[in-house]
Structure formats: C-alpha cells, structure tokens
Design a protein around this ligand. Structure first.
Ligand code: AMP
Ligand code: GLY
Length: 447
C-alpha cells in the first residue's frame, strides 16, 4: 500500500518509525517531515524542488515553485497530489489539515486515517466540543460561551470567587487556555481574548469554564466509526519547568501507562466518554474514523474530559508507540475502512515507556534557532530519539522549532526507563537545549 504521511513534528517522526515496520505499507512518504526523517521519505517529485527534508517545516509548508507542490493544510492540494501520484492510503498527523477538511477532500480518492471536518470540530471549536459532550452525556466541566466582553464579565461576576478557566474557542496552538486563580486574572483573560483578540479569530468566542481539581492523564483511542479501541493511558507534562511550574507548552515529556488511570477509570472512560462520542458522531451522520484523544482530569477514580483532540498527542505518541506491539499500518487502515471486529483490543509490550523533550532555550516564548544537532542519531535499541523541530541543511541537522528532540526509552519499570533516559540525556548535553528532570515522577507514588 503506497502511503503518504502528512506532518513533520515529533509525533509524525514516531508515526513514521512505526509505520515503516508495517507489513501492509510498501512505500511510505512523508511531508514536510523534519531533519530526523530519511531522505527516502520525501515524495520524489518534491525532492527535486530543492526542499530537503524538514526544510519547509513552517506553519504552512508548501513545496514546489516548480513542477509539483503539496500543502498539507490545503485540502485541494492534498487531493490533487494524492491523485497525481496514486497514493492508496493517507495518514494525517496534525489537527489543522483535519479541521480544514483534508479527510473530506480525500473521500472517494483513497482511505484516510483522520476524521472529517465535522468530527474535527471536537478539537477545532471548544464550544462545539462542550455542546457535543453535553448532548451525549459525557462528563466534563460546566461552561458557558460568550462573544461579547460585557456579557462574559457579567457571567464571571455572578460566579463565586475562586479559580476559573478561560478558553479561546478556536485553535490557538495550545496557548488559548488560562487557568485563572481568581476573578481578576479571569477578567484580564476575557478582555485579552474578546477585546484585544490576542488569539485572532480563535478568540472571537471564549468559554468560561468550571475549574476541575485532580490529576491529568490522556487516553487515545483508534476509532473506526463504530468502535473506539483505547491505548494505555499516558501522562503529559505541559508546564515548561520542573514541578509543573512556568507557562504551558505543547508538552515537555510523557510516560505510559499512567497508573492514575486505574482499571476502573479506564472502564469508565470507555463507557462514559469514548463510546458515547463515537455513537453520537455516528448518529449525527459523521462516523468518527481516526484517532480520538481524550484529555482527562481524574479525581477520586473518576475521569472528566478537559479537552478532545482529533489526532495523536505530541509527545505522548513517542512513548506510546514504543510499547504498541502491533502493526500500526494495519490498525490505521482497518480503522479507516471501518472494519474493527467487536472484540478488538490493542496489544502492548509489558513495561513502561517514557519520552523527555529537549527544547530550545527560551521555549515556549521566543527561542533559539539553528542549534547544530550532532551525535543524536539513535533509531534502535533501548533509546530512540525522535526529531521534532529540526531540519536538514546539506549534511548538517539544525534546530528549527521550540521542541527539538524527544528522547524515548522503554524498560521493564518506570524507574528503569527514567534512569536510562536521563543517563542518555547526560551524555547528549546539546548546548542550547534544555529538558525537564522530573518526567514520570508523579507516577512513582503509585509504585
Ligand atoms: P486544554 O488546551 O483544553 O487542554 O487546556 C490546557 C490545560 O489547561 C489543561 O491541560 C489543563 O491543565 C488546564 N485546564 C483546562 N481546562 C481546565 C479545567 N476546566 N479545570 C482545570 N484545569 C483545566
Ligand atoms: N501533548 C498535548 C497535545 O498533543 O495536545
């Protein structure tokens, strides 16, 4: 099966690594990729345009001033490229192409792993997600949506003083959420969104949401339109500094399985969260095919939904795929084709996997770029290093993003996985990059 993978972050590098092992996939191309992808991953017609792997890893990567072009965020461009080159399967990594309707554009052309634009609203609009959850009875925080600052502030003032969460409705690169400790902070966040539009179109509408206490974890599920088959739970580390301090990031590290998601929680997540979403989408006439990411807040062995994403998490995927003991290409194709059998579950290797992100100094604010990356090639053994914000320039690999590398390890225990990973990080010590030293620490209390 000739397959095209869209995206170029750490998640896609891990997906590429795992899909390369699939017996179902004969040819695997990726675009735009990054500096960790081999040259053979570049669609041949794009290699000649002068764009090396990852060279275009900007926000709207388009290749080809010349004969051929492919912009993953443009559904028409993807469709034309797939038709022109006879791809038989497309795997969409990031959310933006899905929200833009890439899966819809490929209908009738070839199977695609990734949901339709309708389903992708679960990530693309927090208001849509909240209303959908409420309509199918999925447990989540109470919330109200506003487009006008006066009404939002009046609503806020009527709430009891205390923590409250303000969310920009649309995609804001993970930055649209403010967990306000008090009403003064919440008011400032409302004004920033609705009066100053700091997130542009994404913040024309905001949600004022009940604050949920607890511990976070996420459960990803492969969905085929009828069924949702979960992976083991993960725990991401969103704040930039140790001890969950500092601003939010895309994720500084993760491990799995996350023991906070006990068997009782996993059962509840299946029955009260995953199943109702898949059934609700089917009933709405939009079967959900692809990956559903449920971000959870867990308290007293009960999960409520913080957010949905419609694609694999980054960096959680880099850890999860180290444990998945299955042919991912086969699984994704079966999901896309709507063909899971009723008793299907996923097989994982025993043990624990961890990923620690190496980020460029300054991230998540303005960060250093073009840091030379040397001696970081590990593609097999206990340690595998996935690239994220990197690009190839001639024979050199340079950093190009905030999150640059993900160092992963799989081992029999969390302690062992942490030891191997941090020993490796000590050896690497790339100037200009930093990492959190406490990834996975929260799980040690369960052992
Ligand atoms: P989101 O982009 O929706 O995942 O939100 C980013 C982060 O804000 C989450 O990972 C949580 O740590 C936090 N957060 C979002 N919503 C809530 C909530 N209702 N209660 C507490 N924390 C929240
Ligand atoms: N690591 C969080 C996310 O992928 O959204």
């Amino acid at each position: 099966m000739k397959t095209l993978l869209l995206g170029g972050g750490g998640r896609e590098h891990a997906l590429y690594w795992k899909l390369k092992q699939s017996r179902r996939i004969t040819t695997l191309h990726a675009w735009p990729g990054n500096g960790g992808f081999p040259l053979e991953s570049v669609p041949p017609s794009l290699a000649s345009t002068g764009a090396a792997v990852g060279l275009t890893s900007g926000s709207t990567p388009t290749a080809g001033s010349g004969a051929d072009s492919l912009d993953p965020n443009d559904p028409a461009s993807v469709r034309a490229f797939v038709e022109r080159h006879g791809y038989e399967f497309v795997v969409v990594g990031p959310e933006q192409p899905l929200v833009n309707g890439v899966a819809d554009a490929l209908a009738g052309v070839c199977p695609v792993f990734g949901p339709s634009a309708f389903c992708a609203q679960l990530e693309g609009s927090k208001d849509f997600a909240k209303q959908f959850m409420q309509s199918v009875g999925v447990p989540t925080a109470a919330a109200a949506a506003f487009t006008e600052a006066g009404a939002a502030l009046a609503h806020l003032r009527a709430l009891p003083e205390g923590p409250v969460v303000i969310k920009a409705d649309g995609l804001a690169a993970g930055k649209g959420v403010v967990v306000a400790q008090n009403h003064a902070e919440a008011e400032e966040a409302v004004r920033a969104s609705l009066e100053r539009q700091v997130f542009g179109a994404a913040s024309r509408k905001v949600l004022i949401e009940e604050y949920m206490a607890g511990e976070e974890a996420s459960v990803f599920a492969l969905c085929d339109g009828e069924r949702a088959i979960p992976f083991v739970a993960c725990q991401d580390h969103k704040r930039v500094h140790d001890g969950d301090q500092g601003p939010n990031t895309g994720g500084m590290g993760a491990y799995c399985p996350a023991p906070v998601a006990t068997p009782a929680v996993m059962e509840q997540v299946q029955k009260e969260i995953l199943d109702p979403i898949v059934a609700g989408m089917k009933a709405a006439g939009h079967p959900y095919r692809g990956l559903l990411y449920a971000g959870l807040m867990i308290e007293n062995d009960r999960a409520r939904v913080v957010e949905f994403n419609v694609r694999f998490g980054d960096p959680e995927t880099q850890a999860l795929l180290r444990l998945l003991d299955e042919d991912l290409g086969d699984l994704m194709w079966t999901a896309a084709a709507g063909r899971f059998t009723p008793d299907r579950s996923l097989r994982f290797r025993p043990g624990v996997a961890i990923v620690v992100v190496l980020a460029a100094e300054g991230y998540p604010d303005a960060y250093r770029k073009n840091i030379p990356l040397k001696g970081i090639d590990r593609q097999e053994g206990d340690i595998i290093i996935f690239h994220a914000g990197s690009r190839r320039e001639g024979t050199e690999i340079l950093s190009s993003g905030g999150r640059v590398l993900g160092v992963t390890a799989a081992a029999s225990t969390l302690r062992a996985a942490r030891e191997i990973t941090y020993a490796e990080l000590k050896k690497l010590s790339v100037a200009g990059l930093f990492f959190r030293r406490d990834i996975g620490e929260k799980a040690l209390k369960w052992i």
